[in-house]
Design a protein around this ligand. Structure first.
Ligand code: BG6
Length: 506
């Protein structure tokens, strides 16, 4: 990490300060920033939540408890952080909470010289986003005055459909300027996701072939082994499509599909991303039937755990039609991608935790080898491994040694950890740090959010219209439903194995 961090005095105010996200990810991320020399001396952290707790208890529970969340704590850095932590109890829709918060912030701002700069992080259930911002406005906490800044990080889910996302945007924008709103998608904090931009735009080698002339199709897989577990209530109301596609998977697709921005500033980058999303074809109900597969897992074993079938999960109705898996083919209507399908799939309780983007190039014209025993060449592919093994694989054909011409596929591999010593990271470090600096490149603008929902909305509509139909199923621990494989086969293609292993996919 950069040892010469700019001095960005500020108070980080976390709504949902006693919650799971704060404990598991935000506190470790803040700690890692301190460890990496990226927090200013003039810093304070305020937790706000409904839970009854004193500042002292907050310090013990969240600061003292850091090592419970896999952080290898250096006591001096932890003590530095704990000394700057404060807590405010209260409900998020109660004006009294914000009055008390304002009094507390006046005090902590003065004591820690944080210059009136506040970063409000909304790590709360989505229904609290609007009310919190409204109350911040009413309490005079959102107004930027005397050179200070006020920024708000909004977690996902950003809306539950197109209409609610638009309504939330309107609500936020009635209190804040677009430049004060940082809509977070933690996939953009992942190193390998950020690296896609460097890979494409800092190398001369790949961009010339990054188009319909050379690419046959793209496959994006975000597979998880975890089941729904204790998140039944949230997940049953959400489903795989809403939970993963307009946000995480959409971001991966955008990174691959976007045009090179003219500059690397936030607006140039975000304009190109929005254009890529706006280019995705919107489906009619027949298209949805043809190009989208949804399914639920049945009982099985995944990620070393026995998993009960989704319909038997606590807080999930036994006749639910919420999907735990979705696969689809998307088409992008622009000159670069016309005719190149993007296949995406994501699901819970699958065979392996594995996220990758595979670029499948077109077959070589192989007339040169027509008279040899070689009747088929495997196509070139470039696979970007996002997690858990971070790296890239380029696959091509080579001659097998011997007097006859025989070929086999070989791979050139790059593993991140072989080259770079990775600093401990949750993915949230970069995002919090960028927000402190005022760099919104890795956050989503209102138009991108809405463009993502516009793609998903016709699918939600078609499913709502279909009502309580029987969904395809897949066994927990498998690679997904056979219907997803059939969708690919109709196009003469195959999914890559879910564990990221080798396979020719045509
Ligand atoms: C969250 C979803 O946004 O992302 C979860 O709500 C999902 O359902 C998680 O498990 C995946 O994130 P990661 O970083 O583990 O791939």
């Amino acid at each position: 990490m950069d040892q010469h961090a700019p001095e960005i005095a500020c108070t980080l105010v976390i709504f949902g300060g006693a919650g799971d996200l704060t404990k598991r990810l935000l506190m470790p991320a803040v700690y890692n920033l301190k460890r990496g020399g990226l927090l200013p001396e003039k810093f304070a952290l305020v937790g706000v939540a409904r839970t009854e707790m004193t500042t002292e208890q907050f310090r013990v529970e969240l600061g003292g408890g850091l090592d419970r969340f896999g952080v290898n704590v250096a006591p001096a850095d932890r003590d530095w952080l704990v000394d700057r932590m404060y807590y405010q109890q209260g409900a998020f829709d109660d004006p009294a909470t914000f009055k008390k918060l304002k009094t507390l912030l006046d005090k902590t701002d003065g004591a820690n010289h944080t210059g009136g700069n506040f970063l409000f992080y909304l790590a709360t259930p989505a229904q609290s986003f609007g009310p919190i911002v409204e109350q911040l406005g009413k309490a005079g906490l959102s107004e930027e005055k005397n050179g200070s800044w006020r920024r708000v990080i909004v977690e996902k889910p950003f809306g539950e459909d197109l209409e609610s996302a638009k309504a939330l945007n309107r609500q936020l924008l009635s209190v804040l300027g677009e430049d004060q709103i940082y809509r977070i998608d933690h996939y953009l904090g992942k190193e390998t996701v950020q690296n896609i931009m460097i890979f494409r735009f800092a190398n001369g080698l790949f961009e010339p072939v990054w188009n319909r002339d050379h690419i046959d199709h793209v496959q994006i897989t975000v597979a998880e082994t975890v089941g729904v577990g204790t998140r039944g209530k949230f997940y049953d109301a959400t489903g795989a499509l809403r939970d993963m596609v307009p946000n995480h998977v959409g971001q991966l697709l955008t990174m691959i599909a976007m045009e090179p921005p003219t500059r690397m500033d936030a607006d140039s980058v975000r304009t190109e991303k929005a254009k890529a999303l706006q280019g995705i074809q919107h489906y009619n109900p027949d298209d949805v039937l043809q190009n989208v597969v949804r399914a639920q897992y049945t009982a099985g074993h995944a990620g070393g755990q026995d998993i009960v079938r989704f319909r038997s999960t606590p807080n999930v109705p036994p006749d639910t039609v919420t999907e735990t898996y979705v696969a689809m083919k998307l088409k992008i209507d622009n000159w670069r991608w016309a005719g190149v399908p993007f296949y995406i799939r994501t699901g819970k309780a699958l065979a392996k935790r594995h996220t990758e983007i595979a670029i499948q190039f077109k077959q070589a014209p192989f007339s040169l080898f027509r008279d040899t025993p070689v009747d088929r060449l495997s196509p070139n592919s470039l696979v970007l491994h996002i997690q858990p093994d971070e790296g890239m694989t380029l696959r091509f054909s080579a001659k097998k040694p011997g007097p006859t011409v025989q070929m086999g596929p070989v791979e050139m591999k790059f593993n991140y950890e072989d080259y770079f010593q990775a600093a401990p990271a949750t993915g949230y470090e970069t995002l919090i740090y960028d927000c402190m600096k005022g760099d919104a490149s890795l956050f989503q603008r209102a138009d991108s959010i809405e463009a993502g929902w516009e793609v998903v909305q016709p699918i939600l509509n078609a499913w709502a219209k279909a009502g309580k139909v029987r969904l395809p199923t897949y066994e927990a621990g498998s690679s997904g439903p056979s219907e997803a494989a059939a969708m690919m086969e109709r196009d003469g293609r195959r999914w890559r194995p879910i564990d990221g292993g080798n396979e020719t996919s045509r």
